[in-house]
Design a protein around this ligand. Structure first.
Ligand SMILES: N[C@@H](CCC(=O)N[C@@H](CS)C(=O)NCC(=O)O)C(=O)O
Length: 220
């Protein structure tokens, strides 16, 4: 039975599951949760049933349901391996990959989400404390990342880190631009966006840019 991925083309965490699928040319069916998509409401009902917080992406492989984007990438690495070295073979490098995956999810995407949520709650009058917290948090995350990248090497693309870094840096930069004093972070964003699997996610998501509550910038 073909793999099925439930998600939304504009969702950063859905990209995180799409990138390994695209990078390995893995056959799968995309089950769109967009309310306007055919079966969108039914697909969303399924997500709400199988995820404790009703969040996507969700991967279905025959009888197996996998939730959480990191776990989906790990599952694909084990059960549907391909060219992309999703999890480094060396256990020490794999530990680093998993650590950086957490950094991108928690401190880049999670922090950008504070600002996005404030605008989703009230686009005309977003909670200034949340906006400040998010933008300051992103500044700290960019600075930390730039220093880390100066001293360390990421596993080769397309790894679990690519899957986390590409969508989180893509959207975080829309929330707070990566500053000029973090050139390694800016270069990583450019490098990730140039990968075919990531470029495909960017193009797939383009029709939904109006969904970005801060207003999508005229770039990328
Ligand atoms: N920890 C989850 C986060 C997933 C997540 O936040 N998904 C968002 C879309 S990017 C979502 O489902 N939003 C809809 C909702 O929360 O109702 C993961 O890694 O998969």
């Amino acid at each position: 039975m073909m793999l099925a991925l439930y998600g939304h083309r504009f969702s950063s965490f859905t990209w995180k599951a799409l990138i390994p699928l695209y990078a390995n040319g893995t056959a799968f069916e995309f089950r769109d949760v967009d309310p306007g998509a055919e079966d969108g409401p039914a697909n969303m009902d399924f997500v709400r049933k199988v995820h404790p917080a009703g969040k996507f992406p969700v991967l279905v492989d025959g009888e197996t349901t996998v939730i959480e984007a990191t776990s989906i990438a790990e599952y694909l690495a084990v059960h549907h391996p391909g060219e992309a070295p999703l999890i480094p073979a060396d256990p020490a490098q794999a530990t680093t990959a998993r650590m950086m995956d957490r950094v991108f999810d928690n401190y880049v995407m999670g922090t950008a989400q504070l600002v996005v949520n404030a605008y989703l709650a009230d686009a005309q009058n977003p909670d200034p404390q949340q906006v400040e917290l998010g933008r300051e948090g992103l500044k700290r995350a960019y600075t930390w990342l730039d220093a880390w990248l100066a001293e360390n090497t990421l596993p080769p693309h397309v790894s679990l880190v690519t899957c986390a870094a590409a969508p989180s840096l893509f959207y975080a930069d829309w929330v707070k631009r990566i500053p000029a004093d973090c050139p390694r972070v800016a270069a990583l964003r450019e490098e990730a966006l140039a990968l075919p699997a990531v470029a495909r996610c960017v193009e797939d998501a383009r029709p939904y840019r109006d969904y970005f509550p801060l207003g999508a910038p005229e770039r990328d």
